[in-house]
Write a protein that binds this ligand. Structure first.
Ligand code: HMG
Ligand code: MG
Length: 299
């Protein structure tokens, strides 16, 4: 398939990134990160998560983060919501869009959200209904699509079944997450081919982690399958608190560099994202996970 002319990048650093960073970060600093990213040209930023603070303490204060944003017109500020309680909090905070998250593996579902896959889908039903009533679009995530830290290999058909359910419930877009970054390009192509038989390709997104250094190759493989939406995280922030070894999300800077090289438009300013990544990495006292940022610093 021909490569897409443009790609939409969903910036997940303030949520998927910060939720797994060891250094505490204040509400003001979280909001600053989101504001800086909005100035880079992103159309979609996942700005926080309305989950139990006992489960993910780093995301406590997301309501205050939303309240502190200097919102840029045209930017969608999204939030992760596991249940109706989270949805109501996200709605009150002014999230433009919410995301529900299911897993392709039963063990990961239990460890991440304390219920089976089927129970998680049941919990999403009232979220979908409330979101529809409020006119809030819903994104769906499927985790562990190319492997699970507890169960190992995951069959594409398992992922396709969960994605089909999320789509049937009304999710606008479904992001397939290689949560532990074990996937390779051939498996990525097989996965998207299998899921695209159940959900229109235009409604699928790729969410890759770089644990095994395969994320950019997997994105290229997904582009060849016609996928045109990808999640990424500035400076490669994050991982997943319930997936040991999930070293980090693919760095936004590296994805932007790849896409620029392919002549694919994103509307996002790479140099500005590099500057934001350098600043937040310094603030967190961590190495910048973007290879492009490292190369620019040396060059
Ligand atoms: P539970 O303990 O089974 O829930 O947790 P519960 O309904 O029994 O409630 C227990 C307590 O949590 C109660 O408080 C509730 O009020 C509270 P208490 O009475 O004990 O004081 N609670 C909440 N508080 C705030 N916001 C809420 C909320 N809901 C209940 N929305 C639950 C179930 C789903 C809540 C929990 O397991 C949870 O919050 N899990 C979140 C896990 C998480 O955020 N993981 C990371 C995101 S997924 C991810 O990163 C993967 C992804 O990025 C894709 C990829 O990378 O591949 C999407
Ligand atoms: Mg992730």
């Amino acid at each position: 398939m021909a490569l897409p002319h443009s790609v939409r990048l969903v910036e997940v650093g303030p949520r998927d990134g910060l939720q797994n960073e060891a250094s505490p970060i204040s509400v003001i600093d979280k909001a600053q990160l989101v504001n800086e990213l909005a100035a880079c040209g992103y159309a979609y930023i996942e700005a926080g998560s309305f989950v139990s603070p006992k489960w993910v303490p780093q995301m406590a204060g997301s309501a205050e983060v939303f309240a502190s944003l200097q919102r840029v017109p045209g930017v969608t500020y999204g939030a992760l919501t596991p249940n109706l309680q989270g949805f109501e909090a996200a709605l009150a905070a002014g999230a433009h869009e919410v995301a529900v998250f299911a897993a392709a593996s039963e063990s990961f579902s239990q460890r991440n959200i304390n219920c089976s896959i089927a129970q998680s889908l049941e919990r999403f039903a009232p979220v979908m209904a409330a979101a529809k009533a409020a006119g809030v679009p819903v994104r769906g995530y499927v985790s562990c699509v190319l492997g699970c830290p507890y169960e190992g290999a995951i069959a594409p058909a398992q992922v396709a079944a969960v994605a089909r359910e999320l789509h049937a419930m009304g999710c606008r877009e479904i992001s397939l997450g290689d949560t532990i970054g074990v996937g390779t390009p051939g498996a990525t192509r097989n996965l998207f081919q299998a899921v695209a038989r159940e959900v229109p390709l235009a409604q699928l997104a790729g969410h890759f982690h770089d644990t095994y250094g395969q994320a950019l190759a997997n994105i290229y493989a997904a582009l060849l399958e016609g996928v045109s939406v990808f999640d990424s995280s500035v400076a490669g922030l994050g991982g997943c608190p319930y997936a040991r070894g999930a070293s980090g999300n693919v760095a936004s800077e590296d994805v932007l560099y790849l896409l620029q090289g392919l002549g694919i438009q994103t509307g996002i300013d790479l140099d500005r994202v590099i500057a934001v990544g350098e600043r937040i990495s310094q603030q967190l006292g961590r190495a910048n996970g973007s290879r492009v940022a490292q190369a620019r610093r040396c060059g």
